[in-house]
Design a protein around this ligand. Structure first.
Ligand code: SF4
Length: 283
């Protein structure tokens, strides 16, 4: 596998398919220190060079007191690659750690979301790019179906509740074997957070389940991802969609496109932003 080529092709396709980036966008890229967000930052930098659309990039990292080692090398790495980096120490998260050391992911991610909007506003950005991958989407789909009784995953594009920011997930087509291979080949340093060592979580179980299935069928993840773009509403139980003719031209994930101007001219896909609340993934 050529990880670089795959990363750029799939990221470019997602950006085009969902009209993620528009002329003049000022994009704040959330960098958590993990492989996915590092791959995202690099992919956006590389795609910008060949994009017909003019947009700017800034990276930021939210410090919530959970990194296992200093994150400053991240800043050096990103600066060397031409991306300005902001390290944002979120005091309310530290207070939360002190007062409720065993707080759950829902609280933690709520604090992080608020901090992200604070940073994006301070940086003067109108778009926030998040590093959720195809694996995250598949896990979210299973998790929501199994634990909330709803068929939903994560929106590739949505807006913040305030309407101030467009949130984009350019890695929705990229699986984590690609981000892992890319980051390893690039020699980028990973800065894990304590939570990556947690065991017994639903997320870990779903990952294990999918990994087990993949041993027999290596395309399980891609198939699950593809199913999200090819919904057969006549074979589900949502009465709102039964008996409706299929949408003309809805063929699922089509040919690879890279920042096509026609696609970019389209408005952001409107997706229920509430579905963001169903899953809590570190950014
Ligand atoms: S796993 Fe992520 S959301 Fe949950 S507590 Fe840890 S850092 Fe926060």
């Amino acid at each position: 596998m050529n990880a670089r080529k795959t990363l750029l092709r799939k990221t470019g396709k997602a950006i085009a398919d969902f009209g993620m980036i528009r002329e003049g966008d000022r994009i704040a890229v959330g960098v958590s220190g993990g492989k996915d967000s590092l791959a995202l930052a690099d992919a956006l930098l590389l795609l910008r060079r060949r994009s017909p659309v003019d947009f700017s990039l800034r990276a930021f990292t939210i410090e919530q007191g959970k990194f296992v080692r200093p994150v400053e090398p991240l800043g050096d790495l990103l600066s060397a690659r031409g991306m300005e980096w902001t390290y944002y120490v979120d005091e309310p998260s530290f207070k939360l750690l002190e007062e409720q050391p065993t707080h759950g992911c829902d609280t933690c991610s709520r604090f992080r979301r608020r901090a992200v909007y604070d940073v994006a506003a301070k940086l003067g950005c109108n778009v926030v790019a998040l590093g959720h991958t195809a694996d995250d989407l598949c896990e979210a789909l299973l998790r929501n179906a199994l634990f909330t009784g709803r068929l939903s995953a994560l929106p590739p594009v949505t807006t913040s509740r305030s309407g101030d920011f467009r949130l984009i997930r350019p890695l929705v087509y990229v699986t984590e074997d690609v981000t892992r291979a890319y980051v390893e080949a690039s020699g980028m340093p990973i800065t894990p957070c304590v939570c990556s060592y947690k065991t017994g979580t639903v997320r870990e179980k779903l990952r294990g389940f999918l990994a087990g299935l993949r041993q027999d069928n290596p395309h399980v993840l891609e198939n699950l991802l593809s199913s999200m773009g090819r919904i057969d509403t006549e074979r589900l139980l949502d009465k709102r969609f039964l008996g409706r003719p299929p949408v003309a031209g809805a063929q699922g994930n089509g040919a690879t496109m890279l920042l096509s101007p026609e696609k970019l001219a389209h408005a952001a896909v409107a997706i229920d932003s509430d579905s963001c609340q169903d899953v809590d993934y570190a950014w």
